[in-house]
Design a protein around this ligand. Structure first.
Ligand code: SF4
Length: 344
C-alpha cells in the first residue's frame, strides 16, 4: 500500500499543518541503487514522508566535483529516480527533483560563499580526503562543496536534515554559515537546520570487507532478477573462520547475517543465530534462505519498477514537476536573502 500513484502531477500540495516540518536530503546520481543505498537512505526517505514534508534532491552539480566522465549523469539520474519512486517515494506530496533544475541554488551558493572563511573549507577532513583521492582533479567546486550543500538545505528552508555520523561535520558547518549570515546581515531570514541523527546499519559488500558501493564492485542492485540476486548472494564472503561445513560459525562477523537482520523474519534470524554457531546450518542453505527472503521483500518494488520503466518520460515529468514546486520555495528564499544582504 505504500506505493505512489502513477498520476497526480502538477498537484501543488499545501504544507500540512500536521507534519513536523520540512526535511531536506540530497544524493548524488549513482544510477541503479543497491542494498546499501536502500538500507542507508531510501528506506529512511520513504519512512520520513509520514511525519515531514520532504524535499529530496538528486545532486547532479555535486556529482560534477568528483566525476571525470560526465556522460552518465543523465542516465544515472533517471535510473536512481526510478528506484526511489518504485521504493515508495510519493511525488504527490514529496518534492523530488534535480539540483541543477533550480538554478537559484548556485546564486545562493555564491552569496553564502562571501560569508565563509576559505580556511574553514580547506581544513575540513572531507576536503583533505578528496585531495588525497583525486590529486589530479582538485577543482574549485570541491572546495566550495560544503557551501553548495548549505545552499541546498537553506534554499528550501529545511528544518531537519537526516545525517549519518560521517556527515555531521558538514551539517554543523552549514549551521555556522547560517549563523554568520544572520549575524552579519542582522536579519534572520534563513532556517538553521537541525540534525536528525539516524542510525544506519553498516552494510558491507559481497566481499564482506568494504562498505557496499558501486565503485567497489561489491554491490547487489535492487532491480536484479531473482536469479541474479541469488547468484550474487552466493558469491558473498561469510565468516572467514568457517572453512568447512562442520565448523561452527559466528554470525556476528558474517555479512550474510547482517542482511538477514534487515530482510528476514525474526524466526529466521533466531534460527540462523543458533544453528550457525552449532554448525546446524551450512552457509549454502543460509544464503539460499537470504536470497529467497530478499526476493520476496523486493518483489513489489520490482513489479512497480518494471511498470514505471515502461514510460521513460514519466520519471522526467515527475522530476520537472518537483523542480517547479521547489522553484516556488527557492524564489521566495532568494528574494529574502538578497534583501537581507543589501543587494539592490
Ligand atoms: Fe554466515 Fe549464515 Fe554461514 Fe553463519 S551460516 S557463517 S551466518 S552464511
Amino acid at each position: 500500500g505504500a506505493f505512489p500513484q502513477k498520476r497526480g502531477l502538477g498537484l501543488v500540495v499545501q504544507t500540512q499543518m500536521s507534519k513536523k516540518g520540512r526535511v531536506f536530503s540530497g544524493a548524488r546520481p549513482t544510477g541503479r541503487q543497491h542494498l546499501g543505498n536502500y538500507l542507508g537512505a531510501i528506506k529512511n526517505y520513504v519512512a520520513l514522508q509520514a511525519d515531514y514534508d520532504c524535499v529530496y534532491c538528486i545532486v547532479d552539480l555535486h556529482a560534477m566535483t568528483t566525476l571525470e566522465d560526465l556522460s552518465q549523469i543523465k542516465a544515472n539520474t533517471a535510473e536512481m529516480a526510478l528506484d526511489w519512486l518504485a521504493a515508495g517515494l510519493r511525488p504527490e506530496e514529496t518534492i523530488l527533483f534535480v539540483q541543477s533544475h533550480v538554478p537559484q541554488v548556485t546564486e545562493l551558493h555564491t552569496i553564502l560563499s562571501m560569508f565563509t572563511p576559505l580556511g574553514k573549507l580547506t581544513d575540513l577532513p572531507t576536503f583533505k580526503d578528496k585531495v588525497r583521492l583525486q590529486p589530479h582533479n582538485i577543482n574549485y567546486g570541491l572546495v566550495g562543496y560544503p557551501v553548495l550543500m548549505t545552499a541546498d538545505i537553506t534554499l528550501y528552508k529545511a528544518d531537519v536534515v537526516p545525517v549519518g555520523v560521517d556527515q555531521q561535520s558538514h551539517l554543523e558547518f552549514a549551521r555556522e554559515v547560517v549563523r554568520t549570515f544572520h549575524h552579519r546581515t542582522g536579519r534572520q531570514v534563513l532556517v538553521e537546520p537541525q540534525m536528525k541523527n539516524t542510525e544506519f546499519p553498516k552494510v558491507l559488500g559481497t566481499d564482506g570487507k568494504r562498505k557496499m558501493g558501486k565503485s567497489e564492485n561489491n554491490h547487489i542492485e535492487l532491480a536484479l532478477t531473482p536469479e541474479e540476486t541469488e547468484q550474487m548472494v552466493r558469491t558473498m564472503v561469510t565468516d572467514p573462520q568457517r572453512a568447512r561445513r562442520d565448523d561452527p560459525g559466528d554470525p556476528e562477523v558474517c555479512n550474510v547475517f547482517t542482511l538477514h537482520k534487515s530482510f528476514s523474519s525474526s524466526e529466521d534470524i533466531t534460527m540462523i543465530d543458533r544453528e550457525c554457531r552449532t554448525a546446524g546450518i551450512g552457509c549454502v542453505d543460509c544464503k539460499k534462505l537470504l536470497a529467497r527472503n530478499l526476493n520476496e521483500h523486493l518483489q513489489p518494488f520490482r513489479e512497480r519498477r518494471a511498470e514505471l520503466a515502461k514510460d521513460p518520460q514519466h520519471v522526467w515529468e515527475v522530476l520537472h514537476d518537483g523542480a517547479r514546486r521547489a522553484s516556488a520555495i527557492a524564489a521566495e528564499t532568494i528574494a529574502e536573502v538578497k534583501a537581507a544582504a543589501g543587494l539592490p
